[in-house]
Design a protein around this ligand. Structure first.
Ligand SMILES: C[S@@+](CC[C@H](N)C(=O)[O-])C[C@H]1O[C@@H](n2cnc3c(N)ncnc32)[C@H](O)[C@@H]1O
Length: 342
């Protein structure tokens, strides 16, 4: 299915001469089919995404030209980079540092994004890679910056990009490892903390949906040594962070990509989540609503779903429509913890 062309892509469309005949690497906050057009213009195209949802939407059309991962390596082989500005500036820095060693000297550095998404800090981001970039275009509340790779590039060291902190959830202490832009990269979220404080001892199979840096799944694995934890997220940066968090605490767990239930098989005794409520700069609840509505199909007969949500989010009617029993087992002015049973 074709995705609507975003404002950023409309701006890029009128600058398409920049891409003709290039060996182009595209990454960042991709959201539509525009890379398919780029495939027609360029000599070669590689699209790198950390968003599994986007990957699934483009894989059939782009085939091997699209890669979903937390890291891309190899020798310099591109002469142009198009970075669509991600929400978190630290993620933009991470992507630039990772992509720069894959670019030939003199490569075009193109940064595009919405003005409210921080694109106007692009000149500062690019300062480490070349001389002052120019603002090529500005339209539909978006901007396009153009620089050139002219400074020496250092090799990319993934380990240097993890933040590491210790956190305490009830009587469980945990070391958390997180890549830039991952939820809770700098400290345990208060909602997740309340959720972890509300959960009883557990056995069987657990699904941590939207695992982020793995705080929930890893804490529960540490508290309940018999529990088999499964952690899923759409973000490759979150998945790698979760793997590192488990490893840093000497814990075992299955970590893999899934867009809601796209890659989930089997049933669980427990589904636990601090579910997403932002996507990029727009707030929308579609993924979380689907997650809640379909949860019963992934729970075993005596299974339960426990989620924490901002108190203003109206999840109770959805839970009551799909579960026999729902109670609020924790709350304060900001968050509510819901426990639902079949
Ligand atoms: C509020 S954060 C919670 C992170 C972590 N569990 C914690 O408590 O710190 C929600 C997570 O859901 C992930 N997410 C967003 N949409 C998703 C989807 N469609 N399927 C799976 N995970 C998704 C986000 O990448 C994010 O890591």
């Amino acid at each position: 299915m074709s995705r609507p062309v975003s404002a950023v892509s409309q701006m890029l469309e009128r600058n398409q001469a920049l891409f003709v005949g290039k060996r182009l690497l595209v990454c960042g906050a991709l959201e539509d089919d525009y890379p398919r057009q780029l495939a027609e213009l360029t000599d070669s195209l590689a699209v790198f995404t950390t968003d599994y949802c986007y990957y699934l939407s483009q894989q059939a059309a782009l085939g091997e030209r699209i890669l979903f991962d937390h890291q891309l390596g190899g020798a310099p082989r591109f002469d142009a980079l198009l970075l669509l500005m991600p929400k978190a500036k630290a993620e933009a820095q991470y992507l630039l540092a990772m992509m720069a060693p894959l670019l030939e000297t003199g490569a075009d550095l193109l940064l595009a994004g919405e003005n409210r998404g921080g694109i106007n800090g692009a000149d500062k981001l690019l300062a480490a890679y070349g001389e002052k970039p120019v603002k090529r275009d500005s339209a539909r509340r978006c901007s396009l910056y153009h620089g050139e790779l002219s400074k020496p590039v250092t090799s990319f060291k993934l380990d240097a990009w993890f933040s590491r902190y210790e956190c305490q959830a009830g009587d469980t202490s945990l070391t958390v490892m997180a890549l830039p832009g991952v939820f809770s990269a700098d400290g345990l979220d208060l909602g997740s903390q309340m959720l972890l404080a509300s959960l009883p001892p557990m056995t069987g199979k657990l699904l941590d949906f939207g695992c982020g840096a793995g705080v929930i799944g890893a804490t529960l694995a540490k508290r309940n040594p018999e529990l088999q934890v499964n952690l899923v997220d759409i973000s490759a940066l979150a998945l790698e962070s979760s793997r590192r968090t488990l490893a840093a605490n000497g814990l075992q767990g299955k970590v893999h990509a899934s867009d809601v239930y796209s890659d989930i098989e089997g049933k669980f005794q427990h589904i636990v989540s601090n579910p997403p409520f932002h996507a990029g700069l727009k707030t929308f609840y579609a993924a979380t609503e689907t997650f809640l509505e379909k949860a019963p199909a992934y729970l075993s007969a005596n299974g339960s779903l426990t989620i924490v949500a901002n108190a203003f989010l109206r999840y109770l009617p959805i839970l009551e429509a799909h579960f026999k029993q729902t109670e609020i087992i924790g709350s304060d002015a900001k968050f509510k913890v819901y426990l639902s049973k079949l």
